[in-house]
Design a protein around this ligand. Structure first.
Ligand code: PLP
Length: 394
């Protein structure tokens, strides 16, 4: 039975065009880009081409005197990009010891902030409302002359809710602070104009946009001194040590090139698929809620709460039909507690527990969506029959 993959916010398939671009860089063009000989030097030129495609996707126009998109730094993942940006901001704003972030960030931000808090950095987490929207008054009041960095995700990985990043940049800059956005879920799906909004740092992860795992981007504005997170050789202009992950960087460049060309068409297709899924669920299953900012969210993400049942049981029944999705619980911690995002949104307990995240890609079809709805209807009914909390349709 074919797998129906609706978990693209967890990771995506490498696109065949991306893989094709990568393949020569394993066994044929395996030179080290730092080598003087042309066998390696030719590879360095290909990396620069990839860097240009990444810059274009992010709306970064600056080229240095050698014509390179030098504000783009290749990293190992979104997590490394996030950590590097936070560190760099604290170094670039000496005397300021405060970071303002949100309560719903990914652990790549939150856990590093918690570690920094243990080391004496003041961390302020801005709350969200029931739709996952940022409390802008709280943000404005929190950012002051002690703030080194405002770091906010572009779009939430669980609900798809999009934050007003351009406004956050203005608030940060007005107080002399820097601004970073974890754009891991937004990149390739949303229009990003780093120059237009004058943001200082952006993080991107390859494996969320059909490039391989193990490669990411940090955009860092040239006017800000960037302290490396990983020290080593002179790679990435001394801003990130370690021999480049060449094939993956080439793949990421191609994935960004394709995302730039296809974004608008893909956005339309994904929104239509997502709406078809939500329509089918809403029409055929009682007592559900769609979470997040419905008017302002990622085109591919649907967070649905099926009340009075456990998300994990739903996932198991979907898995029996080869359908992959994910739940809104912090199951990585071994508990079935609702995730920090759902808790921050104050989703009622009975709904938070039965929350499923469907995240689509352009490879999904209407037939897959219809089949998913067809499987969900009896699965939810069956689980509710055995749920001690289910007292029939309300
Ligand atoms: N930020 C967000 C919003 C994410 O969704 C993820 C991954 O799920 C990350 C950061 C971490 O990215 P990576 O897996 O490349 O480290």
């Amino acid at each position: 039975m074919k797998t129906i993959y609706l978990d693209n916010n967890a990771t995506t398939a490498v696109r065949p065009e991306v893989l094709e671009k990568m393949l020569p860089f394993f066994c044929e063009r395996y030179g080290n880009p730092s080598s003087i000989h042309s066998f390696g030097g030719g590879v360095a030129a290909e990396i620069e081409e990839a860097r240009r495609h990444c810059a274009e996707m992010l709306g970064v126009k600056f080229r240095d005197r050698d014509g390179l998109a030098s504000e783009i730094i290749f990293t190992s993942c979104g997590t490394e990009s996030d950590n590097t940006a936070i560190n760099a901001a604290l170094k670039a704003r000496p005397g300021r010891n405060k970071i303002v972030t949100s309560i719903v960030e990914h652990p790549a931000i939150l856990h590093y902030c918690e570690e920094l808090e243990r080391r004496g950095v003041e961390i302020v987490k801005v709350p969200v409302d029931g739709r996952g929207r940022l409390d802008m008054d709280f943000l404005k009041k929190s950012v002051d002359e002690r703030t080194a960095l405002v770091t906010l995700m572009w779009a939430n990985n669980e609900t798809g809710t999009i934050f007003p990043i351009a406004e956050a940049v203005r608030i940060a800059h007005a107080a002399g602070a820097l601004c970073h956005s974890d754009a891991v879920q937004a990149a390739g799906k949303e229009l990003i104009d780093a120059d237009g909004i004058d943001i200082d740092f952006l993080s991107v992860s390859g494996h969320k946009l059909h490039a391989p795992k193990g490669v990411g981007i940090l955009f860092a504005r040239r006017t800000i001194p960037l302290t490396p997170f990983i020290w080593g050789g002179h790679q990435e202009r001394m801003r990130r040590g370690g021999t480049e992950n060449v094939a993956s960087i080439i793949g990421l460049g191609e994935a960004c090139r394709l995302a730039t060309i296809e974004r608008e068409a893909v956005q339309k297709k994904l929104a239509a698929l997502r709406d078809r899924l939500e329509r089918g669920i809403t029409e055929q299953i009682p007592c559900i809620r769609i979470n997040g900012d419905i008017e302002n969210r990622l085109c591919n993400t649907s967070s649905v709460s099926f009340e009075y049942i456990e998300g994990e049981s739903i996932l198991m029944l979907l898995d029996m039909n080869n359908i992959c999705a994910s739940s809104g619980s912090a199951c990585t911690t071994g508990s079935l507690e609702p995730s920090h995002v759902l808790r921050a949104m104050d989703i009622p307990y009975t709904a938070a527990h039965g929350t499923i995240r469907f995240s689509l890609s352009a490879a999904n079809t209407e037939e897959e969506i219809d089949f998913t709805i067809k499987c969900l209807v009896p699965a939810i009914e069956r689980l509710r029959q055995i749920s001690p909390y289910w007292k029939g349709e309300k």
